[in-house]
Every structure is written in C-alpha cells, then in structure tokens.
Design a binder for this molecule. Structure first.
Ligand SMILES: NC(=O)c1ccc[n+]([C@@H]2O[C@H](COP(=O)([O-])OP(=O)(O)OC[C@H]3O[C@@H](n4cnc5c(N)ncnc54)[C@H](O)[C@@H]3O)[C@@H](O)[C@H]2O)c1
Ligand SMILES: N[C@H](C(=O)O)[C@H](O)COP(=O)(O)O
Length: 342
C-alpha cells in the first residue's frame, strides 16, 4: 500500500449547508495533525465555506482544487472541489433552494469514487424533508447511493445500513419507513438478503472470519411464543434457519430489550434488527460521538457520521467533529483493506 499522501483522497460531501456539515468538516481538517486523518476534499460551494469560517471566527484556509490535487493541498488548506451549484447561506434553517447542490455533491462524489480519483466516499448529514420538497424521491443517502451504484453496474443493489461503534454493530433490516408499515414490509427474504450482505461484508471488509449475527425478533419478548405477535415465528425464525443451513453463524429470534447490555454484546459481532430505531437507538446511545454509519453492499466504500444535521446548533461553533473523524478514519481503513486485497 502506498503512503497516505500518495493515495487518492477521500471525497466528502458537506451535506445540508444549513446544518453542521460545513463546520464539522472544517474542524476535522483542523484536527489533522492531532487525529492523523488521511487527506480528504470537500465537495461544496467554496464561498459558503469561507463565509461559514468567518461566521464562526475560525481561521481555516479554503483552497479550490481538483480531486486529483486534493491530497497535496490538504497539508496547507482545506481542499474544496467546487460544485456548479451555489448555496444559499441560511444557517440553521434548511431550504429546498439548496437541494440541487446537495444532490450534485453526492453525484459528483460517487462519480469520483467510480473513476478512482477518490478512494472512498464520506457523507456529511442531509436533512431529508427539504430534499423531498424539491422532488428527491429517495428516503436517504443509503437508498440513493444504491440507486446510483445500480445504474453504474447495471444490476439492482440492496444497500445495508450498518451502524458501527467501538462496542456494538447494528443493522436495521427495514430502514426509512414508518413504524406502522414495518410488520407488513418485513419478509423472510428481506432478512435473508440483509444478513447475507452483512455476513459477506463483515468478512471481506472488516476481516471477521466467521461473523456472529444476532437476529432480533420484531415483537416484545420475540413474540412470547406467539402470544405477543406471530412475525417472530412466521417471518424471522425461517430466515434464521435458512441462514444457518447456508453456514452463516446466525441465531435468534432474540428479544431486543436484553440484547444490548455488555455481556450480551460479547456474544455477537452484529445485531440484525427489524426496524430503524431498534438498531439505531442502542448504537447512538452507546457511542453517539464515535459510531459511524457504513453502507454495506455497495461496490464502493461509504461512511458517514451517525448524527444528523443538528440545525439547532449549526453555526454556534459547538458541533463535535468526532463522529465525522471516526467516519473518515474508517473509510480510509476500509479503502486500504480493499487495496491490499485487490
Ligand atoms: N447521515 C445523515 O444524512 C443523517 C443522519 C441522521 C439524521 N439525519 C437528518 O438530520 C436531521 C436532524 O435529525 P435529528 O434532529 O433527529 O438528529 P441530529 O443528530 O441532527 O440531532 C440530535 C441532537 O444531537 C445534537 N447533535 C447532533 N450532532 C451533533 C454533533 N456533531 N455535536 C454536538 N451535538 C450534536 C443536536 O444538536 C441535537 O440536539 C433530520 O432531517 C434527519 O433526517 C441525517
Ligand atoms: N437513519 C440514519 C440515522 O438516523 O442516522 C440517517 O437518517 C442516515 O441515513 P442515510 O445515511 O441513508 O442518509
């Protein structure tokens, strides 16, 4: 593996410009000596970055560059690859006016990863609602990235959302859907697809030879023998049986309420959960500042901080860059692992 300064930089999208994305990206760059993060470039509007630095009263040099030159620039300035779109600078108040630029950044970053000018993609948070209002039809990054990757490789891609923290990894099987729709959406096939991708990527990307998959039930007490819901036996258990028959070290359905304390966590490498909050609450409760959102199943590496746009604190200079720094480090580590095994 070449030294980090010779490797392609990481492509980072600044996310919703009204949120904390721009300032945590600046803080992450500023931490480079202390944290040892590898070079990255930010896809955004350079004018907005300079204005945000002035607003925050921080001295962050911003330098316009190209993906190929970014790694060299990184030592002296925050490399910014300009978008065609310009942003309205509206701190803390999201606007659909910025939707085109937010999407352009993601599209450009994905193109850079496919062309090899970026080693991996790291996304800062987007707010979904202003994008929906502008006509964006994907629930979030996870689904949109799968769409872009599918277009590129010519087959449908199932994306898997992994929340990876120092003490816990979780995966929601259903992702961005209303809770009321979970029981009707969840299928044995969906659990199987998600589990197979999770097991595969934990082996190939994370180096876990025989990953242990704890599969939660959907209902309280995993259904209490059918008294508190049937899905655990009719949908989840057949998936566990099939996975075991395929040689995947899966077990369950397990009651979710007793799965996340320290002794239970020692028994598995990832918890496959049936819906968004079942997976994301324990992950964020245990490690809000360190956990990273990773999309498995893609033909490239994508990580993201585990938090959102935090409009309530945007522009106040108190947003913590820790989860973004963890996302940058994990993206680099996964990219280096991929290069080493290529
Ligand atoms: N990766 C993503 O794109 C992503 C992830 C999660 C949420 N979101 C979006 O973010 C928006 C806001 O979501 P939310 O309010 O539920 O969650 P949030 O994570 O934005 O904020 C929750 C709380 O945590 C605080 N917080 C968040 N990040 C912080 C940081 N780095 N430092 C200090 N405090 C921090 C906020 O101030 C707020 O009080 C939603 O529109 C949601 O869709 C996007
Ligand atoms: N569900 C994620 C979370 O709450 O952290 C978040 O919305 C990010 O999703 P995307 O990475 O798909 O945008």
């Amino acid at each position: 593996m070449a030294g980090a300064e010779e490797a392609a930089a990481l492509a980072v999208t600044a996310g919703d410009p009204s949120g904390i994305g721009p300032e945590i990206a600046m803080a992450a760059w500023n931490s480079r000596a202390a944290t040892g993060i590898a070079p990255f470039y930010l896809l955004t509007d350079p004018a907005l970055m300079s204005a945000r630095a002035r607003h925050l009263g921080v001295d962050i040099p911003v330098e316009e560059t190209t993906p190929a030159e970014a790694a060299k620039v990184f030592a002296r300035a925050l490399p910014v690859v300009p978008l065609a779109s310009r942003f309205t600078d509206s701190i803390g108040v999201p606007t659909s006016d910025n939707a085109a630029g937010v999407i352009e950044a993601i599209d450009r970053a994905v193109a850079d990863v496919f062309s090899g000018t970026a080693a991996a993609l790291v996304t800062c948070p987007i707010a979904k609602k202003p994008l929906y209002d502008a006509g964006f039809r994907f629930p979030g990054h996870t689904e949109y990235l799968a769409h872009l990757a599918g277009q590129k490789v010519g087959r449908e891609i199932t994306p898997v959302m992994l929340l990876a923290g120092p003490e816990l990894r979780t995966v929601p099987v259903t992702i961005h859907i209303p809770l009321a729709r979970v029981p009707g959406t969840l299928t044995t096939e969906m659990i199987l697809r998600t589990a197979r991708i999770t097991a595969h990527d934990l082996r190939s990307r994370f180096g876990i030879a025989d990953p242990r998959l704890a599969i939660t039930g959907l209902n309280p007490h995993a259904g209490e023998g059918g008294a508190m819901g049937k899905e655990d036996e009719t949908i989840v258990r057949p998936a566990v049986d099939q996975l075991r028959a395929e040689g995947i070290n899966a077990f369950g359905p397990l009651p979710a309420d007793t799965l996340f304390h320290a002794r239970a966590r020692a028994g598995y490498d990832v918890a496959l959960c049936m819906y968004h909050d079942q997976a994301l609450i324990p992950a964020k409760a245990l490690a809000f500042d360190e956990a990273v959102n990773v999309t498995l199943g893609l033909p490239f590496i994508r990580t993201s901080p585990d938090h959102g746009t935090a409009f309530d604190i945007a522009g106040k200079g108190i947003a913590r860059p820790d989860s973004l720094i963890a996302a940058l480090k994990l993206a680099r580590q996964l990219a280096d692992t991929q290069d080493a095994s290529a």
